[in-house]
Write a protein that binds this ligand. Structure first.
Ligand code: 5GP
Length: 221
């Protein structure tokens, strides 16, 4: 009798027959710590919108609220958008080691409160930092296991249009941000992933996949 192709034969079977659907009986793994996820990229690239969308699509993921010396904008809420502090208070937090990273941006200071982030990570919750590039580089150094995602604009002209359309800054501040963006875009190869924010739905989908893929990672970086 002609011998059948064993692979083809196996494929004919009901996929549930004899197929192991649960992992082998491994020792109970330790509770997994949350992942620290850094979302960075030039100002005006849409990090804020992407973050809000990502938070609605993925559970067990929270955003860290930064401390800043920048003036509160009319629609912003203390403790939700930022903790607004004066420079003296900000400096005191730096001295006490209360900030995981900090950087100056367009004349203001920004920083990530360390304690709250670590509490979430210990609980197994993923924490997203939506921060500018200098701060992202600091986290990359101090927390080498963090996941680093760079958001790029589809083009430099698109970024300029976006910043001008936002109308929250003076022309001088916009130019400052554009000059900085040009330098930052050159650093995108230092990050693990690049997400181009052209079609927002595509960008969000890619981010969701990256966050889920990181949760499945075995070998650490
Ligand atoms: P904005 O003033 O437009 O809210 O933010 C300016 C820039 O600062 C943005 O690129 C934003 O991502 C970044 N930023 C916000 N919070 C932090 C932070 O805690 N650390 C750092 N390094 N950058 C931050």
């Amino acid at each position: 009798m002609k011998q059948g192709n064993p692979l083809a034969e196996a494929n004919k079977r009901n996929p549930k027959d004899g197929v192991e659907t649960t992992p082998p009986d491994l020792a109970t793994p330790e509770k997994r710590a949350g992942n620290l996820i850094v979302l960075t990229g030039p100002s005006g690239v849409g990090k804020g919108t992407l973050t809000s969308r990502l938070l609605t699509e993925v559970s067990q993921l929270v955003k860290s609220v930064s401390v800043t010396t920048r003036k509160q904008r009319p629609q912003e809420v203390e403790g939700t958008d930022y903790f607004f502090r004066d420079k003296e208070e900000f400096d005191a937090m730096c001295r006490e080691g209360a900030l995981m990273e900090h950087a100056t941006f367009a004349g203001n200071w920004y920083g990530t409160p360390r304690a709250w982030v670590d509490e979430q990570l210990v609980k197994g919750i993923d924490v997203l930092l939506e921060i500018e590039v200098q701060g992202a580089n600091q986290v990359s150094e101090s927390r080498p296991q963090s996941l680093l995602i760079f958001v790029s604009p589809p083009s430099f002209a698109a970024l300029r249009d976006r910043l001008q359309g936002r109308a929250t800054e003076t022309a001088e501040k916009i130019n400052e941000r554009l000059e900085k963006a040009e330098r930052e875009l050159k650093q995108r190869h230092n990050f693990h992933y690049e997400v181009i924010n052209d079609d927002i739905d595509v960008a969000v989908r890619n981010l969701v996949h990256i966050v889920y893929a990181e949760r499945c990672r075995i070998r650490k970086k």
